[in-house]
Design a protein around this ligand. Sequence first.
Ligand SMILES: Cc1cc2nc3c(=O)[nH]c(=O)nc-3n(C[C@H](O)[C@H](O)[C@H](O)COP(=O)(O)OP(=O)(O)OC[C@H]3O[C@@H](n4cnc5c(N)ncnc54)[C@H](O)[C@@H]3O)c2cc1C
Length: 500
Amino acid sequence: MAPLRSLWLEEALAHEDVDEQRLEEKTRADVCIVGGGYTGLWTAIRIKELEPSADVVVVEADICGGGPSGRNGGFALSWWSKIDTLVKRAGETEALRLAQAAEAAIAEIGDFCAREGIDAQFQQDGWLWTATSAAQVGGWNGAIETAARLGAQPFELVEPKELRERTGCAAHVAGLFDRSAAKVHPGFLARGLRRAAAARDVRIYEGSPMLELDRDHGVVRTPAGSVEADAVVLALNAWALQVPELRRAIVAVSSDMIATAPIPEKLAASGWTGGECVSNSRLMVHYYRTTRDGRVAFGRGGGRIAFRARVNENFDYNERQTRELKEELTQLVPAAAGVPITHAWGGPIDRSRDGLPIFGSLPGRGRIVYATGFSGNGVAPSLTAGKLLASSALRRDDEWSSSALNSGVSARFPPEPIRFVGGLSYAPPCAERKSGRTSVSTSIRSRCGSRRWRPPASSGSPAAGSGLQTSRPKRGNRFRTNRLKRARYSSALSSSRVWA
Ligand SMILES: Cc1cc2nc3c(=O)[nH]c(=O)nc-3n(C[C@H](O)[C@H](O)[C@H](O)COP(=O)(O)OP(=O)(O)OC[C@H]3O[C@@H](n4cnc5c(N)ncnc54)[C@H](O)[C@@H]3O)c2cc1C
């Protein structure tokens, strides 16, 4: 069966002859990158920038951009909304440097696309971070205060009247504007990065899932071949759950999207003409944007949770979530009332405990480095991640490899089945309960995906279904459940929003 593709990937693939090459030999490389999404591709491009003669291979289970990089909302955001967490993780000085770098990464994407002739429809029209209920108002205060303490002012307050006019919707009761944010066409960006990497002589093998990783010898094995490399980069997003050491570092939750038919006149009449990305402040956040041809792309984060490491086809599309999204769309984008929905899709989010990505290296004699845990904010941060991973893979001693972010897993989720059950039964935070929009029981039903849903027996992803083996040294590190730990788990889920 042909894989379900997002609107974005469908559009991008219509513009190219997909020239997919599988890995069908034993080969050698300086660096082997596993995963051909934004993270893997930015890493490959960065390595070639630092060391043009390096031999770099990308091994991708599907096609490049087949994962969330070709399915996301296209919000290119900085880390300013996560500045509190960044300070906790890295300290004030490094947090400020990283937040500034993450902001600069947005413009860097635009510049890169312009230089490389990638029409990723990059538009730096900003982001409206809104509240759609009284209880959500002020969810941004911590970020504003911390940024101000560090001497930064990334957000502007928007008066409610102006907010309603700019979004064409009275549901937005308060909000901030971040003018550094941009939107992109995710499919054209992912496929454009693939072209840019290939043009730099990066060897790209698609349809070639890693089945086994020999950590001691740096060998990545696929169904019909293998790559032996001085360094291996794991850029696997939620599929990093297949790596034993990362299994409790992230939880895979779904994010779902729908897109309407083009309605440029209705959008113009509604007043939402500035091109801003818009989101609210729920835990299961709504996010919405317009497209160049006047569609509305509307999504919601945090729908379903993966049992164990299984990211299955329930993450690619889910009927219940799609139905709910259609209902919610017109509450937040009234201009879309009665408009046909032409596309619906979903994808996994690699949620970390604190909402920031995790970088590190795996034990073993080989050099195996990884990034995961973007928590639904990876479009722009993946460029910064590429810098960090490239420096680590090349064993360079610089501000990226020595960043406090590059220090492995510091906080873990409980093991299964506690993680799964805890995630399902987790009560939505006050903000959502007071708004009367999500009860605990509806949250459980909705996060199970459908009444017939069962923990999947096998995964729909070629990667996850492959039973990836990564030969980890055994550890007797068992999680002991007690009330305190359960409380910490709940607060981790509510402490920052799942972005997408
Ligand atoms: C519906 C949705 C909406 C989102 N909206 C936004 C947004 O608006 N803004 C934002 O910043 N972020 C958003 N995100 C998150 C964002 O898409 C990701 O953080 C980002 O794309 C991560 O890029 P990546 O390269 O790390 O992961 P991916 O794009 O998932 O790449 C990982 C790749 O690894 C491959 N793979 C897996 N296992 C194997 C294996 N064993 N062997 C080889 N290859 C393997 C997969 O096929 C995949 O292509 C959204 C995500 C989703 C699902």
